[in-house]
Design a protein around this ligand. Sequence first.
Ligand code: GTP
Length: 360
Amino acid sequence: MTEAILLVGGKGTRLRPLTVRTPKPMVPAAGVPFLTHQLARARAAGVEHIVLATSYLAEVFEPHFGDGSSLGLHLEYVTEDEPLGTGGAIRNVASRLRSAPDDPVLVFNGDILTGLDIRALVATHRSSGADVSLHLTRVTDPRAYGLVPTDASGRVRAFLEKPQTPEEIVTDQINAGAYVFRRSVVDSIPVGRPVSVERETFPDLLAAGAHLQGMVDSTYWLDLGTPQAFVRGSADLVLGRVPSPAVPGRRGDSLVLPTASVAPGAKLTAGTVVGRGATVGEGARVLGSTILADAVVEPNAVITDSLVGAGARVGARSVLTGAVIGDGATVGPDNELRDGVRVWCDARIPGASLRFSSDR
Ligand code: GTP
C-alpha cells in the first residue's frame, strides 16, 4: 500500500476573506472543492491512506471529506498548533504513517494542479534507490522560483534560491511540489519547530551525501497561488487538459452544476463553470470563468477569465476580463472591469461607474 501526506496549511492557504470566504483548498474547481481532485488523483494511482497536514481550520476539511470512504480512501487529519513549515508539517504526522522504514511515502503540496503520473514518480524512486525523489517541472520564466539543477542521470545537484541575475538561471527546472520520501527520512526531520523542506531538509540531505532524484516531465502543471490561476485550473479541468476523476460530469466547453440556471441564449465556453444555484441571463457570454454558487450574471454581461464569487451579482452588459468579484459583491450594470481587479466581498459598485474603454 502506498500512503501520502497532503500539505494544506501555512500562510498561503489561510482564509482570504477579501474575495472568497472559503479557504483555498475548499474553493470549488470544476465544481468540487479543489482538494477533491488531488485526493481522487492519488486514489486513482493506488494511494489508500492520506494524512492531511494542516495548520488551521481542520474543521473545514473533516466535515466535508470525513474518513475519506466516499473517495475510497482512509483519511486522517492532523492540525499543527503553530504552522511548522513544509518539513515540520511532514514530520508532525510521522506517527500516523504505517510504512516501514524503507517504504516510500508520497508528499503533495496542496496548492498544485498537475497531471503528474504518480505511479511513475514512485517507480523512479524505487528504481533509483533514492532517499527522496522530486517531481520537477520546466517553466519559461524561472525567476520567481527556486531552481533544482540535476545531472544527466536525474540526480539533484543543488537547491538554488530564486535567481537574482541572468547568470544564476542555470536551469529551467523547478520543484513541482510532489515528492516521494523514504519513510526513514521523514523520521529524521527535527521535531517541534518550523522546518522548510526546500530551504533546510533537502539542502542538508544533499550536503550529507544523500541521494535526491529528480523526475522531470512536461505534464500539465499549475501553481494555484492566485485567483486567476485558480480560474485557469478550473477551466482546464473542465476542458480535460488535466485529468481528474473527480470532475462531476463530462469534459467539454462548460460545466453547469445541478440547480444552476442558464438562459437558452447564454453562451458558456472555454471551460466555464456555473455553480449550484447560480443564474446566467439571456445573451450573456461567459468564457473560461468560474461562477460560484448562487451568483447571478445578468443578461448580456460578458465575462472572460474571471472569478465571480458565491452570491455575487454582475449587472447587465457589464464586461469583466481577468477580474475577481468577491463573494456577495454587486457589480451594477454597464461597468467594465479589467485585468487583476478584485472587488471586495459584499462591495457594491453602482451601475455605469467604471470603464477602461476610450470615449469613442
Ligand atoms: P516552507 O518551505 O516550509 O517555508 O513553506 P513554503 O512557504 O516554501 O511553502 P509553500 O508556501 O510553497 O507551500 C507549499 C505547500 O505546503 C502548500 O500546499 C502549503 O499549503 C503547505 N504548507 C506551507 N507551510 C505549511 C505549514 O506550516 N503547515 C502545513 N501543514 N502546510 C504548509
